[in-house]
Design a protein around this ligand. Structure first.
Ligand code: UD1
Ligand code: MG
Length: 509
């Protein structure tokens, strides 16, 4: 097959000053992808001989974003405007007759729209064809000054609009087809006579028209396709449109989405028929849902693979993990690090799985951490079980066999194996392997001390009882107190040494 006469040029060298960001504009994301990636993807099916991306600001990062899509890059340093960007790319475009030129910051354009525009360009044997749109609020865009019903006289940037031109609401999308034998001589005449001293590609259009060449305008059927992203508000508006498109795609494929405007779905996500997605769910990355799944409100799935009939209860976070048929997880479960939950298993609330495999029909319902663990089928993992997989230096595995019962609040210090059918007593700290069908018990033996608590209470109560204050600190009351006569103390007898001896003798007798 002969090489195509078409080349695609995507202008992506600018900084994006109006975004007020340290990140190059075309790397900002909308609809789950960097802006420039959307543009490259829209052009891929056109069969061009090459897709050439002009990079400049953060060239390395932009190149890294487009290289996997088999796009070539050309470096524009410094950036002296869209016309200059085309001149920099000239050598890379050798051999092509028609260039489809797109800005890297208008990501909503669809392949069909570009195809229709190329067909109009070829049919009209035009020097240039411009994709335009009629907008209610055209502010910020260059405006189209028509020559006739189908042709264009000039594109006037907003800063240069005259009073009569100000009401014009047909805008330049900055998506063009150029016949290159016409474009290069016109560009050579463009002067940097604007406040930024840049070479504008738009000025080449006016020159072509002035010299009598055909410049066509192709009005986009859906004006939203041409929206550019110059500000954060533009980014948000474009993102909203992408998300709406994706939700519609899934709904048309038989998926129920409740309160769709609250649901975020990335472009590569797929879902089977009769799957239900509740409000405020995010399905991100390469997530794939089978048929008849239910994803309840507040759950976030990133690169998750769900077979048919899976239920993800409220507020779960699943990343890079696989759930087989009829699994139920949550509410409030977290699965990560390539975990795999096999058919019919149940993962309950506040259970975290990291790089773990849970066998068929196994249950782990409450407050548990299973990290680097391999668990067999039909096991029961009690509430509060912890696999102690990290010793401060390395991670170690825990292996739990089929039909194992782990009692609540057990710590399994890895590396450790619990054989098939074994029991672990509740509250154990297991540091050694438990053989199949054995009971592993590792905790202090219980001692009951009868009456201990009652005795303790009495002692505490006595200690708390207020002590009598000495007389001199006692409050004197106004009422005269009755004097109670105390019995007189007997005077202490003074005994001499000889007397004492006599007393002792008499006692001995
Ligand atoms: C441009 C058009 C305007 C149109 C609008 C549509 C010009 C002069 N104006 O304005 O008529 O209505 O797009 O969105 O073209 N770029 C380079 N090298 C440069 C300068 C820019 O590669 O030296 C790239 C940018 O990275 C960007 C694209 O060209 O992806 C367009 O530049 P931008 O600054 O966004 O132009 P606008 O002001 O939006
Ligand atoms: Mg722009």
């Amino acid at each position: 097959m002969a090489a195509s006469d078409l080349v695609v040029v995507i202008l992506a060298a600018g900084k994006g000053t109006r975004l007020k960001s340290s990140l190059a504009k075309v790397l900002h994301r909308a609809g789950g992808r960097p802006l420039v990636e959307h543009v490259v993807r829209a052009c891929q099916p056109l069969g061009a001989r090459k897709i050439c991306v002009v990079v400049g600001h953060q060239a390395e990062q932009v190149t890294a974003a487009v290289a996997p899509l088999r796009a070539e890059t050309v470096l524009q340093l410094p950036q002296r405007g869209t016309g200059h960007a085309m001149l920099v790319a000239k050598r890379a475009l050798a051999g092509a007759k028609i260039a489809l030129v797109l800005p890297g910051d208008a990501p909503l354009v669809r392949t069909e729209t570009l195809r229709a525009m190329l067909a109009a360009h070829r049919a009209g044997q035009a020097a240039a064809t411009i994709l335009t749109a009629v907008l209610e609020d055209p502010s910020g865009y260059g405006r189209i000054v028509r020559r006739s019903a189908s042709t264009v006289a000039a594109i006037v940037e907003e800063s240069k609009l005259t009073e009569e031109q100000r009401p014009l609401n047909e805008i330049n999308s900055a998506i063009y087809c150029f016949s290159l034998d016409k474009l290069w001589p016109a560009l050579a005449q463009v002067k940097p006579d604007n406040k930024h001293h840049e070479l504008y590609l738009t000025d080449a259009v006016a020159l072509l028209s002035a010299q009598g060449d055909t410049v066509l305008a192709q009005v986009a059927a859906d004006s939203r396709e041409v929206l550019g992203c110059n500000t954060r508000a533009d980014l948000a508006a474009v993102d909203r449109i992408f998300r709406e498109r994706k939700r519609l795609e899934l709904m048309n494929a038989g998926v129920t989405i409740q309160l769709p405007e609250t649901v975020t779905i990335d472009p590569e996500v797929t879902a089977g028929e009769d799957t239900v997605i509740e409000p405020c769910v995010q399905l991100l990355g390469k997530t794939r849902l089978g048929a008849r799944c239910t994803i309840r409100t507040g759950s976030v799935l990133h690169d998750a693979l769900l077979a048919d009939g899976v239920t993800v209860e409220q507020h779960c976070v699943v990343s890079e993990s696989r759930l087989d048929a009829d699994v139920i997880i949550g509410p409030f479960a977290r699965l990560r690090g390539h975990s795999h939950v096999k058919g019919g298993a149940r993962i309950g609330n506040f259970v975290e799985l990291k790089k773990s495999v849970v066998g068929e029909g196994t249950k782990s319902m409450h407050l548990t951490y299973l990290g680097d663990a391999k668990i067999g089928a039909k096991a029961n993992i009690g509430a509060g079980t912890i696999t102690c997989n990290y010793d401060g230096f390395h991670k170690h595995p825990t292996t739990i066999g089929n039909r194992v019962f782990i009692g609540s609040d057990s710590a399994l210090v890895a590396p450790v194996r619990i054989g098939d059918g074994a029991y672990v007593a509740a509250g154990s700290t297991i540091t050694e392997n438990v053989p199949p069908d054995a009971l592993g018990i590792a905790r202090g033996r219980q001692v009951n001390k009868p009456g201990w608590a009652a005795q303790k209470r009495r002692a505490l109560a006595a200690a708390d009882r207020p002590k009598k204050k000495p007389a001199r600190l006692r409050k004197k009351t106004a009422r005269p107190q009755k004097r109670i006569a105390r019995p007189k103390k007997k005077p202490t007898r003074i005994r001499t040494k000889s007397k004492l001896r006599r007393v002792k003798k008499s006692r001995r007798r």
